[in-house]
Write a protein that binds this ligand. Structure first.
Ligand code: SF4
Ligand code: SF4
Ligand code: FES
Length: 234
């Protein structure tokens, strides 16, 4: 299999090509590891858990963001690139700092109402899927407003915000509503790209819609006025 790797080196991108003998359908991570072990020990990429849990190994495979550890490859040729949106550091490694900085800036963590506050299985079901987020950032890497550098929190942040906001143990609703407002859910264009690429089926766009509804119900944002089509004459 020919493996083309678009890598970031000394401030610019270049493409390296490797011929990798493969049997069956290895994971992309296995292919990258084989290149590193047998052909180019300088090739850099992220890996930790190898089990779709840590969220660190996101890259683009033939143009689509994937987790390298849970994506199988086949065919005669593949192209591997670093994720869009995130700042490249080296080869396929990008900086995940913006993820943690935004969660910290918007105070997205659970502050319990009371000591030993409990939660029922039914309550957890209400937010199920948002709990599965592994902070991989694949959703942010395809989000049009983020790619256009608009001041939008992005799908990852809203997925976390929803998870904590709807947790009955949480005692910081006002803080999180303010954070949601500041993250401008109305900037979402509802293209669903985040839902499509999420490797854990988290449906970020759904949580953005539900948070926007909550803000509307609280009177914190206003409903869009319908456009005036008076010129149509009816
Ligand atoms: S919502 Fe999905 S794609 Fe986005 S960071 Fe979480 S797991 Fe990754
Ligand atoms: S649905 Fe919204 S959050 Fe998701 S990728 Fe599109 S614009 Fe971004
Ligand atoms: S190595 Fe942890 S998610 Fe892929």
């Amino acid at each position: 299999m020919k493996v083309k790797v678009k890598r970031f080196k000394e401030g610019r991108f270049e493409v390296s090509e490797f011929e990798v003998p493969v049997e069956g359908r290895p994971t992309l991570l296995e292919v990258l590891t084989k290149i590193k072990e047998t052909q180019d020990p300088t090739l850099s990429f992220r890996v930790m858990c190898r089990a779709s849990i840590c969220g660190t190994c996101g890259v683009k495979l033939n143009g689509k963001p994937v987790l390298a550890c849970n994506t199988r490859v086949e065919g005669e040729e593949i192209l591997v690139e670093p994720l869009d949106f995130f700042e490249p550091i080296k080869d396929l490694v990008v900086s995940h700092d913006p993820i943690y900085e935004s969660l910290k800036a918007k105070k997205v963590w659970l502050i319990p109402k009371e000591e030993k506050a409990g939660v029922s299985a039914q309550d957890l079901l209400k937010t199920s899927k948002s709990w599965d987020c592994i902070l991989c950032g694949l959703c942010n890497s395809v989000c049009p407003p983020l790619l256009e550098k608009k001041p939008f929190g992005g799908p990852l942040l809203f997925t976390r915000l929803y998870k904590i906001l709807e947790d009955p143990r949480n005692g910081s609703e006002e803080v999180l509503l303010k954070s949601s407002l500041e993250s401008d859910p109305k900037a979402c264009v509802h293209c669903s790209s985040c839902n499509i690429v999420c490797p854990k089926g988290c449906m970020p766009e759904r949580w953005i819609t539900l948070i926007e509804t909550k803000l509307l119900q609280r009177g914190l944002i206003k409903k869009e006025e319908p456009q005036d089509f008076g010129f149509l004459g009816f």
